[in-house]
Write a protein that binds this ligand. Structure first.
Ligand code: X8Z
Ligand code: ZN
Length: 599
């Protein structure tokens, strides 16, 4: 309770001031305190994620509690509420800052301190449980002892391989799901606590509170995502049909009439379907390269367009490679950290030399270069953020599109210069990533999270609902019925430690094709399907003009200003149009059977 006191001491001087002056003073004082306490919480969280121990978990809980005491203090709530009643009299930027103060207060309201504290503690505990879960590929006959421990990277490698042994895929798919059952009780508890804090602030649910960051309502968000799903539906159905024939052949099985068995696909959640396009496999080109090389190459993509090299502190503090077996435990999901909201940046990854980590390394550095672009004196601390969350996710992902196109891969020596490219096969492989991702992100994940938060879906229906959506949106089904003791959604990192956020990746996917289209056509005058940003300073200049604004402007306005259009899936659909024509041809005479049902 020390922070409200500090603020109260600072503020009386402002009483004589005008309303805008008082509001700005409040925001400035808050920001100053926030930056320090936020930094301490990031440092503690970093330690707890890179060396998972009970002590570090305790320190994270303590540091996050201190942050909660500030952001949700009754003083902050009262001041922000009061100032926000007078929006029209305040400068727009101050309103944006106050709005953020309000949303952050809603996460940790200290006028219900017991709930808020229980939540902080439960969040930290859930993260540690996730980060220390011992994946196991095989159990001894007692059903308990693990006779073949495995890792997240190993599971991903085996699922993504094109080996023809479906039983081996099934074994690793099942191994990947055990964590979900273990995490379910913690998530049930957290669902309640997250909803309680949000509802205390009159949001309908925790999901609605997260959607508020887009300045949208939940029905508006869902309608937007349904629109995207509808746009891709004809293409997705063709991709689905193509995939099930390929996979049936690979595993020597009959072609499924309806949904595809989930363990046939090359990803734990079938969020991407790698390895399905013969002749397009970048993995062999990364064999023999070091993980360090992957990250350095990713940095050089950005610097070639004029971004400054990453600061020394990034290289010194980041934790980029898998932890040695038997030693410390670390979080295995990639992330990027803006530790002090200024120049202190770092990334947590487990990079291995393969195509998946090639993409992820570019994605994470996208976050870092975005952080550094808006960490400048003109951008206030509270607006050092993406113009909206999906810009942050979409920016690095757009660089992944560019870093996976043949002209760059040849220029940089990853693909032999003389390599002949089957353009349609490459387009199909890209769709197996980006298009296939949308029914998962906008469909299964977002609808399931909406249901558990906004509709209070009873916990004994969670798994059934997950698979209902997986069937409906992705056209996949579990290898055998899954009961409610399992929680396959709970096996997904974000469901635990980044809740109600996943819609961001779906919007980011639409955004990345829109921005890529603009860069290729308007800045470089190249075909978006074969376009090379490398070394082009005009691309860096354009990107910096967007990124450096942080969240100081309305995202819709900024998008229109930079690309000439509102958020639209048209550039994405145009990009893949030749593929749709090709697949219709290819699938002619096949029984496609399953048809997606958006909404
Ligand atoms: O979580 C991530 C990034 C970190 S922001 C690695 N992604 C989503 C996922 O892995 O599920 C990137 C694409 C989707
Ligand atoms: Zn990301």
């Amino acid at each position: 309770m020390i922070f409200p006191l500090i603020l109260a001491l600072i503020l009386p001087a402002a009483h004589a001031a005008t309303l805008p002056e008082s509001a700005q003073q409040f925001v400035a004082d808050y920001s100053h305190l926030y930056q320090g306490v936020y930094t301490a919480s990031q440092e503690a969280s970093w330690k707890a994620s890179t060396d998972v121990t009970p002590e570090h978990e305790g320190e994270r809980t303590g540091a996050n509690q201190a942050l909660a005491n500030l952001t949700g203090s009754t003083y902050v709530i009262a001041q922000a509420r009061e100032f926000l009643k007078h929006k029209a009299e305040l400068p727009p930027q101050t309103v944006r800052e106050l709005q953020r103060i309000w949303w952050m207060a809603a996460e940790n309201p200290q006028d219900i301190p017991e709930i808020a504290s229980r939540r902080v503690e439960a969040e930290s505990k859930q993260s540690s449980a996730m980060d220390t879960f011992p994946f196991c590929a095989q159990r001894a006959p007692d059903g308990k002892t693990c006779s073949q421990p495995t890792t997240a990277n190993e599971i991903d490698d085996i699922l993504a391989s094109t080996a023809t042994d479906a039983a081996e895929h099934l074994k690793y798919w099942l191994a990947s799901k055990e964590i979900g059952a273990a995490l379910k009780p913690g998530l049930v508890d957290l669902r309640g606590l997250r909803n309680e804090v949000a509802r205390h602030f009159d949001y309908r649910s925790y999901f609605d509170l997260q959607v508020a960051w887009y300045e949208m309502s939940t029905p508006e968000m869902m309608a937007m995502l349904e629109g995207v799903l509808k746009d891709i539906q004809p293409l997705y159905e063709q991709i689905h049909c193509y995939a099930k024939y390929e996979l049936a052949q690979r595993y020597h099985q009959p072609v499924p009439q309806g949904p595809i068995p989930a363990h046939w696909l090359g990803n734990r959640w079938a969020q991407e379907w790698p390895g399905l396009v013969p002749g397009v496999d970048l993995d062999p080109y990364f064999k023999g390269r070091s993980p360090e090389w992957i990250v350095k190459k990713a940095e050089s993509f950005y610097t070639s367009t004029g971004f400054d090299p990453l600061p020394q502190n990034f290289w010194k503090n980041s934790d980029l490679y898998p932890a040695a077996p038997g030693g410390r435990k670390k979080n295995t999901h990639a992330s990027a950290w803006h530790v002090d909201l200024d120049q202190n940046v770092r990334s947590l990854q487990s990079v291995e030399p393969n195509a998946q980590w090639w993409g992820t390394a570019h994605h994470e550095l996208g976050h870092i270069f975005y952080f550094l672009s808006y960490a400048r004196p003109e951008v206030p601390i509270l607006l050092r953020d993406g113009a909206m969350r999906a810009f942050h996710e979409g920016f690095g992902d757009m660089i992944v599109i560019a870093a996976n196109q043949a002209p760059y891969l040849k220029q940089t020596g990853i693909l032999p210069a003389g390599e002949k490219i089957d353009e349609m096969a490459w387009l199909l492989a890209e769709a197996m990533d980006s298009i296939v991702f949308l029914p998962f992100a906008a469909g299964t994940m977002t609808h399931w999270e909406r249901d558990i938060y906004a509709a209070d879906l009873p916990a004994d229906q969670w798994n059934a609902r997950w698979w209902r959506y997986a069937r409906q949106y992705q056209g996949i089904e579990p290898p055998a019925p899954r009961g409610e003791a399992s929680c396959d959604a709970c096996s997904k990192t974000h469901v635990n430690d980044n809740p109600a956020y996943y819609n961001t990746y779906a919007i980011g996917t639409v955004f990345k094709y829109q921005l890529h289209d603009h860069i290729c056509r308007q800045v470089l005058h190249q075909d978006p399907r074969s376009c090379n940003y490398y070394g082009r300073k005009e691309v860096g200049d354009f990107l910096k003009s967007l990124l450096s604004k942080g969240a100081t402007e309305d995202w819709r306005r900024l998008l229109r200003e930079k690309t000439g259009s509102d958020l639209s899936s048209k550039p994405m659909m145009d990009y893949f149009q030749p593929l749709l024509d090709y697949l219709k041809q290819k699938n002619q005479g096949r029984t496609c059977g399953w048809q997606g049902l958006p909404g």
